[in-house]
Design a protein around this ligand. Structure first.
Ligand code: SF4
Ligand code: F3S
Length: 104
């Protein structure tokens, strides 16, 4: 499965949701997650993310993020259409230390 990682936080560009063939993205206030149990590993969302926040869960960069994706996918609503990114999304792109800013 593919999962969403730290750099999505406060960027939330949402380009990823438009391309997913199985609609397995779920939306929180400032972050999106993939349901790793619904993802079919097609890989099309990965290059669409302007924040380069999506990785296959085999990548060491994903570390604990797979469980975070699974947890919130069971709580948050499904999202299939791109909404507006936060006005300051680009300011947060690439900023370190965003993990603690995830709104649950
Ligand atoms: Fe959806 Fe494919 Fe991305 Fe999985 S890899 S979340 S199925 S677009
Ligand atoms: Fe987040 Fe990238 Fe999607 S910033 S909302 S994973 S396009």
């Amino acid at each position: 499965a593919y999962v969403v990682t730290e750099n999505c936080i406060k960027c939330k560009f949402q380009d990823c949701v438009e391309v997913c063939p199985v609609d397995c993205f779920y939306e929180g206030e400032n972050f999106l997650v993939i349901n790793p149990d619904e993802c079919i590993d097609c890989g099309v969302c990965e290059p669409e993310c302007p924040a380069e926040a999506i990785f296959p869960d085999s990548d060491p960069k994903t570390a604990d993020w797979t469980e975070t994706n699974r947890k919130f996918a069971s709580i948050w609503p499904n999202i299939t259409k791109k909404g507006d990114a936060p006005a300051d999304a680009q300011d947060w792109n690439g900023k370190p230390g965003k993990a603690s800013m995830l709104s649950d």
